[in-house]
Design a binder for this molecule. Structure first.
Ligand SMILES: Cc1ncc(C[n+]2csc(CCOP(=O)(O)OP(=O)(O)O)c2C)c(N)n1
Length: 712
């Protein structure tokens, strides 16, 4: 297959799309610089592991999920043998074990995860074929995901962090570093691919897209993923992107192309995309019989097997036939020994399965990601407010807190749609770009997947990202990255974590609508691994946001639009050191007749209702929903014997249901009335203020419910 060589117009030298032919066995100067004996060894090793899994371990049900890298292996090894920089990162996918072997992961580590043994990549938690490799002092492998395309935007974030370390933190060790992402031909149709491509090319980031094109996504052919089936051809007019396209089964060609793209990206010329065509010599996974391929097609794929091609390439020029055989035999022995050693390891301990959902203190730090493993020390903090004389509104409180943390922590970066020059559509970041520069406070492309995925990569690189999702509903396109970020610590068995603070304004503001005005906060209480804060006032917003910005866990910080400038929410600024630890509710009122639990914009309504009823109301503002202050509620209900929960989120499976269920178990014998919920019915937020008032809990309806419950 011919190697083609495209430079996009953005780089100034389009060659009219003409293919420049390379002889497949051309041992160019670049190719000569590779350690071919080591490459041969790794290829044999990878083959031996795949083969032992396919012929023995899967049939014996010792490996439950198997994705063979056969056919993809040689090109991956060539690529990964150039990922050697101290600050390089690579993210692969389920077919990327050859990359891991080349990075130098311990061989037993590489086989124990598919065998579901204890410890290793995930301690038996994640599907055995997705790997991770924390490495603070050498190339690392970012945690892989099961979702195709999810690997792209975190690498864009890593690449942006490289620039940040170089340009803002003046760290020379990031010079010439690179983020590399591996993906199959079907992955080029995903949101993640396009989002990362936009980020990398608009910002000219040091990022390499490596597409290993086997022509299939399970059974779907490449022409369904990109017209004509070749993404490299289709991207030819993309600005700021070097493109190379060739045959991943030809050692010399692959090696030369890898060196070309590496030189370009490491040289600071912006991103590159390298597409190498490879055969998939097995089914998509072991279970896949490939019935959708003809025998001729399968035979044609085997005719392109890179293993014999490498042999022809190296023997006798680089090594003798005996040496080749010896390498194959010793690799086989090593693979057998590693598998035997892994089989002898214990199975994961079920008593351990609940650990590492959240950080578990400084004695059990993740190995990579966030500020803690880097030994970052924060300024002092206090839970005692030092209030200023005048009151400020909640949006000013948020801005001042961001300002102080930006000033005292050079690793904080604030970004999102319109957060830069405009200062955010809610004005929360107004003036911050002018003060801290566009490297630290910046606008992003309109891709929420990109905003959150980029934040994940930055967090893994040791920054504290503070992405803004412009309105609650627009977090939906970021769903995959949010989910994968939350589960990261658990599924990597505390090897990786990506602490960040995602600021999300939402809820009604004067009127409602299905797009900007949902709260839907229960989603993140239900999601794994996310802390969730929802302040009702300026003082709490300061303390909770500062706590989040110094936390070792990812946080959703929900900013209710109605409260940003609400007079009730205005409070004195509680000082630059003020924090509110998560999981501590606030008593807005103390009373004995009834417990009312609420959060966000419903708190002032409950406060007004309590005033109106004249009852002695114990009003609890939960402030954080994950973790949530069970003790405060249970203690209160044991005194009042009644509980009303008021929230703006839809009623069915809203967070009120969780509180009610907990009270059933923990305070059943204290209850003199059923636990009641008052919430939005199961409809989106309506636009008309008249309709909105009819469905969001109002002071009148809350008052009536309180009265009824006390009289029950
Ligand atoms: C987001 C998502 N959708 C669907 C799947 C199921 N799935 C797993 S692999 C795959 C095909 C991917 O093909 P490609 O990216 O070309 O990589 P290859 O397996 O060919 O190496 C699909 C559809 C998934 N894992 N993730």
């Amino acid at each position: 297959m011919a190697a083609t060589d495209f430079l996009s117009p953005g780089t100034g030298s389009l060659r009219n799309g003409k293919a420049r032919r390379r002889k497949p066995d051309d041992l160019s100067a670049a190719a000569l610089n590779y350690d071919w004996k080591h490459i041969a060894h790794l290829l044999h090793l990878s083959r031996a592991i795949d083969e032992i899994e396919e012929t023995r371990l899967v049939p014996e049900k010792k490996v439950l999920y198997q994705f063979s890298a056969r056919g993809h292996d040689l090109a991956q090894i060539i690529l990964a043998s150039r990922i050697t920089g101290k600050r390089d990162a690579v993210a692969g996918y389920y077919r990327s074990r050859p990359t891991m072997l080349t990075l130098g992961v311990d061989l037993v580590e590489a086989v124990r995860a598919p065998l579901g043994r204890a410890e290793g990549y995930s301690n038996g938690r994640d599907i055995g074929v997705v790997f991770n490799f924390p490495n603070l002092d050498g190339p690392c492998a970012l945690p892989m995901c099961g979702g195709v395309g999810a690997q792209y935007t975190p690498v864009a974030g890593w690449a942006q962090a490289i620039e940040y370390y170089r340009n803002v933190l003046n760290d020379p060790s990031y010079e010439g570093s690179i983020g590399v992402v591996l993906g199959g031909d079907a992955s080029v149709a995903t949101n993640g691919f396009w989002s990362a491509l936009t980020i990398a090319t608009t910002l000219k980031l040091p990022m390499l897209f490596y597409i290993e094109d086997n022509g299939y996504g399970i059974s779907v052919t490449g022409d369904k993923q990109t017209p004509g089936g070749n993404i490299a051809i289709n991207l030819r007019s993309f600005r700021n992107l070097m493109i190379r396209d060739g045959d991943g089964t030809e050692p010399g060609e692959a090696a030369t192309l890898v060196d070309e793209v590496m030189a370009h990206v490491r040289g600071g010329h912006g991103p590159a995309l390298l597409r190498l065509s490879v055969p998939r010599l097995s089914g998509h996974s072991f279970q896949d019989t490939q019935a959708y391929k003809t025998q001729e097609e399968i035979a044609a794929e085997w005719a392109r097997d890179p293993l014999p091609k490498l042999e022809r390439f190296l023997v006798p020029g680089v090594m003798s036939a005996d040496e080749w055989r010896d390498i194959a035999a010793s690799a086989r022995r090593e693979a057998e020994q590693a598998i035997e050693a892994a089989l002898a390891l214990p199975a994961p301990d079920p008593s351990d399965v609940l650990t590492h959902v959240f950080a578990e203190g400084d004695n059990a730090l993740q190995r990579q990601g966030g500020l803690r493993p880097l030994g970052h020390v924060f300024p002092k903090a206090t839970e005692t407010p030092e209030p200023e004389a005048s009151r400020i509104n909640m949006v000013t409180a948020i801005r001042r807190t961001l300002d102080h943390e930006l000033a005292t922590n050079p690793r904080v970066v604030v970004f999102g749609e319109d957060v830069g020059a405009k200062g955010g559509v809610h004005a929360a970041t107004m003036g911050l770009q002018a003060k801290y520069g566009a490297d630290r406070v910046f606008d992003t492309s309109l891709s929420e997947e990109g905003i959150i995925g980029r934040a994940v990569g930055m967090a893994l690189a040791g920054l504290m990202p503070v992405p803004e999702i412009q309105f609650r509903k627009y977090a939906d396109p970021a769903e995959e990255q949010l989910n994968d970020c939350g589960t990261m610590r658990w599924r990597t068995n505390n090897r990786f974590a990506a602490p960040m603070v995602v600021r999300i304004p939402g809820g009604f503001f004067k009127c409602g609508d299905p797009w900007h005005s949902q709260t839907g906060e229960v989603k993140w209480a239900h999601a794994i691994g996310w802390q969730l804060a929802m302040p009702s006032n300026a003082e709490d917003a300061v303390g909770l946001l500062r706590w989040a910005l110094r936390s070792n866990n990812p946080t959703i910080f929900f900013e209710h639009r109605a409260m940003l400038d609400d007079p009730w929410a205005r409070r004195p600024y509680p000082g630059d050191h003020y924090v509110v630890p998560f999981g501590k509710a606030r008593h807005v009122r103390r009373g004995d007749d009834i417990t009312v639990v609420s959060w966000g914009a419903m708190v002032p309504r409950c406060d007004a209702a309590a005033e109106k009823t004249g009852l002695s109301v114990d009003l609890i503002d939960l402030r954080t929903l994950m973790p949530w202050d069970k003790d405060a509620i249970i203690e209160s209900v044991k005194r009042t014997n009644r509980c009303l929960i008021v929230h703006e989120d839809n009623i069915t499976a809203g967070f009120g249901a969780e509180i009610a269920a907990t009270l059933m178990t923990e305070a059943f014998f204290s209850l003199d009335a059923p636990v009641e919920r008052l919430a939005m019915p199961d409809i989106p937020s309506p636009h008309s203020p008249i309709l909105l008032d009819a469905v969001v809990p109002s002071v009148e309806r809350i008052t009536a419910r309180m009265d009824a419950l006390v009289k029950f």
